[in-house]
Ligand binder design. Structure first.
Ligand code: NAP
Length: 309
């Protein structure tokens, strides 16, 4: 099947790009490897997306995005793209999927986002799903009334520590620096939460347990003292890694693998655009992903006009 546009990834950026493309009359396929919504599906409450003065639950916003998309004739394809070649004027790109299927598109909008980075601590992999989690919204309820650790110092760690604090008995918030990098509003809320204890300038040397997490080994970088803290769950929020490996090697990435674009979301390869968290950029928000998606669609439409001329 040959499409005008293939949008890879159905988070806020991809859904917006697909909406703008299909509303402009180009044949569009939206490729998703799980339910539409992306990272917002694992976000409890979104408080900074305009139009929702009381906040909106991540899954509710994903449902609204999905309902909006359903009003238009966007083709949907489930699956993971493992490889793609580059399009060129007059030549469509071929996208290859994990299951051996393929599709062709005149232009590609890469919105495949980013996923949680591993901490790399001993015990992390062997206890994954047995107390080690990367999603408080998905797993927090298992720890109702119990003690957990959250590792990280960015917005995700602070936000999810606050979410967990409403469910669990105690949250140990462990961060390697002496100051958090997350937004001041979350830092203030963390400080005033009675059941969050912060351990700054501290690193996790191990996650311990047999069939389930029993404790974390934490080392203070100030005095070198190591202590074992009993916890039932460990939630890791130490940043994101881009899902960019499937793109053609000719697409320029930064040293961490995020896609370099200009302000119009154009990559260095004509016909390939990128939007949302897959991009090298500072601000990673639902609202900025939506803006990226609209901008990328506009740039892809200009490219298609030249293609079809
Ligand atoms: P992030 O902002 O990159 O923060 C990652 C945190 O993990 C940093 O504090 C970092 O420490 C720490 N870290 C990294 N590697 C580590 C390691 N090996 N050991 C221990 N700690 C480590 O990532 P994020 O919090 O996942 O957020 C990703 C993006 O989404 C950000 O741009 C964020 O603003 C955005 N976001 C926004 C919201 C919101 O506005 N509501 C919510 C969630 C996420 P250092 O500080 O020492 O580097």
């Amino acid at each position: 099947m040959l499409y005008d546009a293939a949008v890879i990834g159905a988070g806020p950026a991809g859904i917006t790009a697909a909406l703008y493309l299909v509303r402009s009359g180009v044949s569009t396929v939206l490729v998703e490897n799980s339910a539409a919504g992306g990272q917002i599906l694992s976000t409890a409450e979104i408080e900074n997306y305009p139009g929702f003065p009381k906040g909106v639950k991540g899954w509710e916003l994903a449902d609204l995005f999905e309902a909006h998309l359903a009003a238009y004739p966007v083709d949907r394809k489930r699956g993971s793209v493992v490889r793609s070649d580059a399009p060129a004027p007059g030549k469509a790109a071929v996208l290859y999927f994990e299951d051996g299927t393929q599709l062709q598109a005149k232009t590609i909008v890469a919105c495949s986002g980013a996923h949680h980075r591993e901490l790399g601590a001993p015990g992390e992999r062997s206890l994954a799903g047995k107390g080690v989690s990367y999603c408080a919204v998905c797993d927090g309820n298992f720890y109702r009334g119990r003690d957990v650790a959250v590792v990280g110092g960015g917005n995700s760690a602070l936000e999810e520590a606050l979410y967990l604090a409403r469910i669990v008995r105690k949250v140990w918030l462990i961060h390697r620096r002496d100051a958090f990098r997350g937004a001041m509003i979350y830092q203030q809320k963390v400080r005033s939460a009675e059941n969050i204890e912060t351990l700054t300038s501290s690193v996790v040397d191990g996650i311990n347990g047999g069939n389930a997490v029993e404790s974390v080994t934490v080392r203070s970088l100030s005095d070198g003292i190591t202590r074992e803290i009993p916890v039932d769950g460990v939630f890791l929020y130490v940043g994101m890694e881009p899902a960019s490996a499937w793109l053609p090697s000719s697409v320029s990435l930064d040293s961490a693998g995020f896609v370099l674009t200009d302000a119009e979301m154009c990559t260095n390869v004509p016909g390939i655009f990128a939007a949302g968290d897959i991009r090298a950029k500072h601000c990673r928000q639902v609202s900025s992903a939506v803006g990226d998606g609209a901008t990328a669609a506009a740039a892809a439409l200009s490219y298609l006009e030249q293609w079809n001329a």
